[in-house]
Design a protein around this ligand. Structure first.
Ligand SMILES: [Zn+2]
Length: 241
């Protein structure tokens, strides 16, 4: 994936388009899906493969056996997802999120609690409105959501555009390129070198600059076995939100 200024077909959403899609989404699950992908730049496969134990939205996750600071999500590569979703990156990574993402997740959890069939699933995104209830949300289902939004909002809307949007905004905010690559889970010199054009000429101030992203060097499984999340042995990442 490249974000070259001159490359054709690089599509991302404007801030207004994202807000419009959130407003037009019919339920809290779909709103959270949009907000999460926009905030993390996760691939759709990674998003649909996310487990509830991967969402650490409290300011402090020590109780969960995780030493990463602030609200964040973990992206792990798994092969046993019921919806066949698979994180493309081989390395796990941690992505910080803002507190408003946690707010959307809380709304979704309320909605989800009303569906008994969803209670036993450890997947984050599950069917709540059509059979089989509680089953992991499929890619075609997610694609339909974006097709609907595109039609209603009269815009081009594909899930992967949220990944481009996140990358674009990080770069505009002054996040170093190598950190953006780590956040996106891309690796290898030359494989991905984000060089986005600014979305607008407004020149947004780099108020939420991520200085260093936690990598997974030195992680081990949670010693208490209470969650799928790993405990970090080394120093904490410096993440300035
Ligand atoms: Zn964590």
């Amino acid at each position: 994936m490249k974000f070259a200024t001159t490359a054709p077909g690089i599509e991302y959403f404007t801030r207004e388009q994202v807000e419009l899609m959130i407003r037009m989404a019919r339920n809290a699950r779909d709103r959270f899906l949009i907000v999460l992908m926009r905030a993390t730049g996760m691939r759709i496969g990674e998003t649909l493969g996310m487990r509830r134990a991967d969402a650490h939205f409290l300011a402090d996750s020590h109780q969960l056996g995780c030493h990463a600071g602030g609200p964040h999500v973990h992206v792990h590569r798994r092969r046993d997802n019921a919806n066949s979703a698979l994180a493309k990156s081989r390395k796990s990574r941690t992505i910080p999120v803002t507190t408003d993402v946690a707010g959307y997740y809380r709304d979704y959890e309320w909605e989800r609690e009303a569906v008994q069939e969803a209670a036993d699933s450890d997947m984050v995104f599950v069917n709540l409105f059509r059979a089989p209830l509680g089953r992991a949300m499929s890619y075609p289902n997610a694609k339909q959501l974006f097709d609907r939004l595109a039609k209603w909002a009269q815009i081009v809307a594909r899930p992967h555009m949220l990944r481009h949007t996140a990358a674009n905004e990080w770069i505009r905010a002054g996040v170093p390129r190598d950190v953006v690559q780590k956040l996106l889970g891309t690796s290898g010199p030359g494989r991905s070198s984000p060089t986005c054009a600014p979305l607008t000429a407004s020149g947004a101030k780099p108020s939420n600059v991520i200085r260093q992203v936690p990598d997974d060097g030195g992680w081990r499984p949670c010693s208490r076995g209470c969650c799928a999340v790993r405990r970090r042995l080394g120093g904490l990442a410096e993440v300035a939100w």
